[in-house]
Ligand binder design. Structure first.
Ligand code: NAD
Ligand code: UDP
Length: 312
């Protein structure tokens, strides 16, 4: 049994991780500043003797006694991370620095939730971990992309200088229940638009691709990486690649087949294609995704149907 700190634990991925660890009987401290996290995501654990909730911002240091740190705190949707890009860069850099400092002091193992965004707008397709990426250092996505790149760098320097135990996970687009309805990410946008009978908004011509991983698969990969012996970086994602137009059609056809697809300008630096190579995860963690897009959309749509009905 471990004493776990989950930063960003009230968010989409963090709250699913909280559930998994609590169900396994572990002790969990959930730390969040509630920027994009919601108390509703973890409300069912409030009052449980193994669970503690701390409102805190990771850009400030904190002293706690834990032996596992799952460092997820950082807004993940472009809409949210671009709202205050300087804060986003601070969260990635200072937040990771503070959590590594904590890990070093108490001898904890730290897992960093990094991202496929470290590959930028990739010139290599699909993307293996050895690809070094193509990131615009001065664009509107840089606060997030470069923030995660320096966070990875800090992890490896703490490992080299102080022997800190690190795990670095490169997460590809993940979806599922508990994404925010107004999150701005593509799966939640399309589902909420379709449920409200509105046109689905394709940015650009919708020919750009993404590979979508269902949240349960992702969390399983995260836990295997933390428990295993491999530092990473390791890609965790579903190699099933879809154009954004294909995604829109699938979502629409499941909810309201007649709906229109409209186009809006493609945001600056929007990556044209993205697909993980997951050979390392298969070999080193014995992990691969088990949920197809069709299977994962079902519980996700059911979740948003409920949220839209409740008007929140
Ligand atoms: P999310 O926005 O739902 O969750 C992020 C959580 O971190 C929220 O609860 C938010 O309130 C909290 N947070 C943000 N800034 C903070 C700060 N300064 N101090 C304390 N808490 C703070 O996003 P998510 O999809 O759950 O992503 C979780 C992590 O996984 C992020 O680090 C993200 O970069 C990474 N990731 C996610 C995806 C994905 O597709 N979901 C892909 C790649 C990487
Ligand atoms: N996108 C879209 N319509 C939307 C929201 C997003 O066409 O309503 C596109 C976006 O331009 C990008 C892809 O969907 O090409 C994935 O966007 P998201 O913000 O989910 O993730 P990221 O770009 O960070 O991978």
């Amino acid at each position: 049994m471990h004493r776990n700190l989950i930063t960003g634990g009230a968010g989409f991925l963090g709250s699913h991780l909280v559930d998994r660890l609590m169900q396994a009987g572990e002790e969990v401290i959930c730390l969040d500043n509630f920027y994009t996290g919601r108390k509703d995501n973890i409300r069912h654990w409030l009052g449980h003797p193994n669970f503690e909730l701390i409102r805190h911002d990771v850009t400030e240091p904190i002293r706690l006694e834990v032996d596992r740190i799952w460092h997820l705190a950082c807004p993940a949707s472009p809409v949210h991370y671009q709202f205050n890009p300087i804060k986003t860069a601070k969260t990635s850099f200072l937040g990771t620095y503070n959590m590594l400092g904590l890990a070093r002091r108490v001898g904890a193992r730290l897992l960093l939730a990094s991202t496929s965004e470290v590959y930028g707008d990739p010139e290599v397709h699909p993307q293996p971990e050895s690809y070094r990426g193509c990131v615009n250092t001065i664009g509107i996505r840089s606060c997030y992309d470069e923030g995660k790149r320096i966070a990875e760098t800090l992890c490896f320097d703490y490992q080299r200088m102080h022997g800190t135990e690190i795990r670095v996970m490169r997460i590809f687009n993940t979806y599922g229940p508990r994404m925010l309805p107004d999150d701005g990410r593509v799966v939640s946008n399309f589902i909420v638009q379709a449920l409200q009978g509105q046109p689905l908004t394709l940015y650009g011509d919708g020919s750009q691709t993404r590979s979508f991983c269902y949240v349960d698969d992702l969390i399983e990969g995260m836990i295997r990486l933390m428990n295993g012996e491999h530092t990473g970086p390791i890609n965790i994602g579903n190699p099933g690649e879809f154009t954004i137009r294909q995604l829109a059609e699938r979502v629409r056809d499941r909810i309201q087949p007649g709906l229109e697809l409209t186009t809006q300008p493609l945001p600056q630096d929007d990556p044209l294609q993205r697909q993980p190579v997951i050979d390392l995860a298969r070999e080193l963690l014995g992990w691969e995704p088990t949920v197809s897009l069709e299977e994962g959309l079902e519980p996700t749509i059911a979740y948003f149907r409920e949220r839209v009905r409740e008007g929140r």
